[in-house]
Ligand binder design. Structure first.
Ligand code: PLP
Length: 427
């Protein structure tokens, strides 16, 4: 991995300078929080499952960029594909067709379930969701969108309207009209909520930011049936779950359903480029682009560079059998977390997950934060859940080894032990 060329004095100077510039020009709250928690040294390089800061300290990464680094950092096949394209034509001319775009979209049509055939490439998950919502409205000519309580679909206005935590929504009211939420994992409230104005239902297969909420096994099939019965579209948001995370290439495969529209982001860029996408069946595409091929467009979306990264990422995920790997490692990760829960039942109330997406529900949000920080100091990064602060998330690259899972588990256990002793001391 790229070595750190700085002396300790230089690192201190650079770190102070970066924190100060963040305070003055980027995000003072984030800068203060990270500095206070002891993570004021900026990131430097990453390789595989390891990320290194500017002081040379290495971290085992179980945040995985919230699902971006499924292939780990700097996967050589993705880096090589991007480098080759970089020196020729990184961004699109806006005039000609592009071979990497054609190849990636054709590959996605081949590997995604059912009749999903056409793809629009964009730059982020939230853009993919925006496009999917527009597709649903233009196809049905209806305004209504139903999503789930606790959902996270992004932070632009449309996707935020479908998301589920007030603290991120209320300051921006009024949001887009026509959105309503029903409890996740329950079929009857959904059936009742659909009316003559409903265009689509949008769901995550497993809710990530809500704290890894796994629905009953037959939930998505029931949702599919209800959508068919009532004649509304089903949008599956696989921005987090797509490309192997849950132990199958797609969550739609795992739950045996065919969505009408699907959204991707995160891992699609192979950890090297920002790439988002939404896909749909031919007749839905026809409503969106049939009359006007530019009804929806993006200057940077579908750049040759992003498409080269996406193509290498999807091929590598399949060639290296990473979904199968996620499924095989699930019992080690979830089993290990459940053993920790058994030892600390007053601190951990539940362990949930699928594949290599795990959520540990703490009884107290402050203890969850303490554990995240303590694990970071011990060199293992785990994540906070935006829509459920009591839940610590583990989302390692799919290339993670058994030994690395064992290390993360033992560091988590030590940190929980530490938190338990500190709490005892306070009582
Ligand atoms: N959808 C889901 C399920 C997500 O988890 C996220 C991000 O975490 C998004 C959409 C939004 O993606 P982005 O942050 O790339 O806009």
């Amino acid at each position: 991995m790229n070595p750190v060329p700085f002396t300790p004095d230089e690192v201190e100077r650079i770190a102070d300078d970066v924190v100060e510039k963040y305070r003055e020009h980027v995000n003072p709250g984030a800068a203060n929080l990270l500095k206070f928690a002891g993570f004021g040294v900026p990131e430097w390089a990453g390789e595989g499952t390891i990320v290194r800061d500017m002081s040379g300290k290495e971290y085992l990464d179980f945040v995985g960029g919230y699902g971006v680094f499924s292939l780990g950092y700097c996967h050589p096949k993705v880096v090589a594909a991007v480098e080759e394209q970089l020196h020729r034509l990184p961004l699109k001319t806006q005039y000609f067709l592009s071979q990497p775009v054609a190849d990636l979209c054709a590959l996605l049509a081949e590997v995604t379930p059912g009749r999903l055939q056409y793809t629009f490439l964009c730059n982020s998950g939230t853009e993919a969701v925006e496009g999917a919502l527009k597709c649903a409205r233009v196809f049905t000519r209806k305004p209504g969108i139903i999503s789930a309580v606790g959902a996270f679909h992004g932070k632009s206005l449309g996707s935020l309207s479908a998301s589920g935590r007030e603290v991120y929504k209320e300051p921006f009211y009024p949001l887009v009209p026509g959105f309503r939420q029903v409890p996740f994992g329950e079929i009857e409230p959904l059936r009742e909520a659909i009316d003559q104005d409903t265009a689509a239902v949008i769901l995550e297969a497993v809710q990530g930011e809500a704290g890894v909420r796994v629905p009953p096994d037959d939930y998505l099939k029931q949702v599919r049936d209800v959508c068919d019965e009532k004649g509304v579209l089903l949008i599956l948001d696989e921005v987090r779950t797509g490309f192997g995370r849950l132990g199958r290439l797609f969550a739609a495969d795992l739950y045996g359903i065919e969505p009408d529209i699907i959204c991707f982001g995160k891992a699609l860029g192979g950890g090297v480029m920002p790439v988002g996408a939404f896909m749909a069946r031919a007749e839905i595409w026809d409503a969106m682009f049939g009359e006007n091929p530019w009804l929806h467009s993006s200057t940077f979306g579908g750049s040759p560079l992003a498409a080269a990264a996406g193509l290498a990422a999807v091929r590598t995920t399949i060639e290296e059998k990473l979904p199968e790997r996620a499924a095989a490692l699930e019992p080690r990760l979830l089993g290990g977390l459940r053993r920790i829960q058994e030892r600390y039942p007053a601190i951990i109330t539940e362990v949930r997950g699928k594949g290599l997406l795990a959520g540990v529900q703490f009884a107290d949000a402050d203890v969850a934060k303490l554990v995240i920080t303590a694990m970071g100091h011990e060199g293992v990064l785990v994540a906070y859940s935006l829509n459920n602060p009591c839940v610590v998330r583990l989302e390692p690259p799919l290339i993670v080894t058994e030994a690395e899972i064992d290390r993360a588990l033992s560091v988590m256990e030590e940190c929980i032990e530490g938190a338990a002793s500190a709490l005892d001391g306070l009582m």
